[in-house]
Design a protein around this ligand. Structure first.
Ligand SMILES: [Zn+2]
Length: 328
């Protein structure tokens, strides 16, 4: 029988788990609840291991067939050691060495990385960036995250905070506070939270009627409502969509001159909520950039959806164990 890769994408409420073959084709996937009962991370990781044990046996494999375990975690990760430096969504206190804990259960290699980085790696291997060695993924969700793949490898930077593009300052008026403690970060104007920030900022200045006025007044406005209304021709929502798209296009143009990716992949809930957003980003990107090299960077929608995380987690083993060993 062929060898397998175990993959975990740890989230605040569920852990998505998967088993992949050596070619990174998915054999099966499932999920378990995230155990946040202890701040050391041990219980959560033990539950993941136990679930792997059951599923590996179900498929008539055994642990000798496992090439490695890849784990994506929502927090800053020191890639060399597999240490997570504070994962607030998991209620982990201080540093948690995920690799050391998991290595108590298994003999095979264990690789750990930030969830946005593994999502980018997933899209590079099996999604919208397939076939390219230089891919940047931007996740547009409640926040704004990113992962940069350069020459086939994740850019971690000297202390693991490479591709923390959500905290790139684009709003020089610094109108909104960011979770990072600063203000003016792109996350405050171009994430789902950012859309709501802009709506609340601009609507008192509104001089025409908007179809989402009731939602705004009742504090119920969402990014999806804004993009839907923009699609239907609502002038205020078109204005907001253009503002958001301009910020993201500006970010894309900076990324493009920095690492010259083949693809910039837009994922996350907001990218599916509004195709109108992506079209606006493409248009503005072309207005902002002028060199042929930059125009060769394609802005595309992510393809893997919620599976990007487990695919990329398995991709850690594919990239850093199999390819490095010259097996591939
Ligand atoms: Zn910030």
């Amino acid at each position: 029988m062929s060898k397998i890769i175990l993959a975990a994408d740890v989230g605040g409420t569920t852990c998505k788990l998967g088993i992949f073959d050596e070619q990174l084709e998915r054999i099966t996937k499932w999920s378990i609840d995230t155990d946040t009962s202890d701040s050391s991370g041990y219980n959560l990781l033990k539950n993941i291991y136990d679930s792997f044990v059951a599923q590996v046996a179900n498929l008539n494999y055994n642990f000798d067939d496992v090439l490695g375990v890849g784990i994506g975690v929502p927090g800053p990760v020191e890639f060399e050691t597999g240490t997570v430096n504070g994962a607030v969504n998991l209620y982990w206190q201080g540093n948690v060495n995920v690799r050391d804990i998991f290595q108590q259960f298994v003999d095979c290699p264990v690789y750990v990385d930030n969830d946005a980085n593994v999502a980018a790696l997933g899209e590079k291997h099996k999604g919208a960036g397939e076939g390219a060695e230089d891919v940047v993924a931007i996740t547009l969700g409640t926040g704004l995250g990113g992962g940069i793949i350069s020459n086939g490898e994740i850019v971690h930077g000297h202390n693991g905070s490479g591709a923390e593009i959500g905290h790139f300052r684009v709003d020089h008026d610094q109108r909104f506070n960011c979770n990072c403690g600063k203000s003016g970060c792109i996350e405050t104007v171009a994430s789902a939270t950012g859309v709501v920030n802009l709506v609340n900022f601009y609507y008192p200045k509104l001089t025409f009627k908007s179809s989402i006025l009731e939602l705004i007044k009742n504090n119920k406005v969402t990014a999806k409502a804004v993009f839907d209304a923009a699609k239907a021709g609502d002038q205020f929502c078109i204005f907001i969509t253009e503002r958001v798209a301009n910020y993201i296009a500006y970010l894309c143009s900076i990324i493009s001159v920095t690492s010259n990716p083949k693809y910039i992949v837009l994922g996350g809930g907001m990218s599916t909520a509004g195709l109108i957003l992506i079209e606006n980003i493409k248009t503005e990107y072309h207005n902002l950039t002028f060199t042929p090299a930059q125009h060769n960077t394609e802005i595309v929608q992510a393809q893997l959806g919620n599976d990007a995380g487990i695919t990329g987690a398995a991709g850690l083993i594919y990239t850093y164990v199999l390819e490095k060993d010259g097996v591939k």
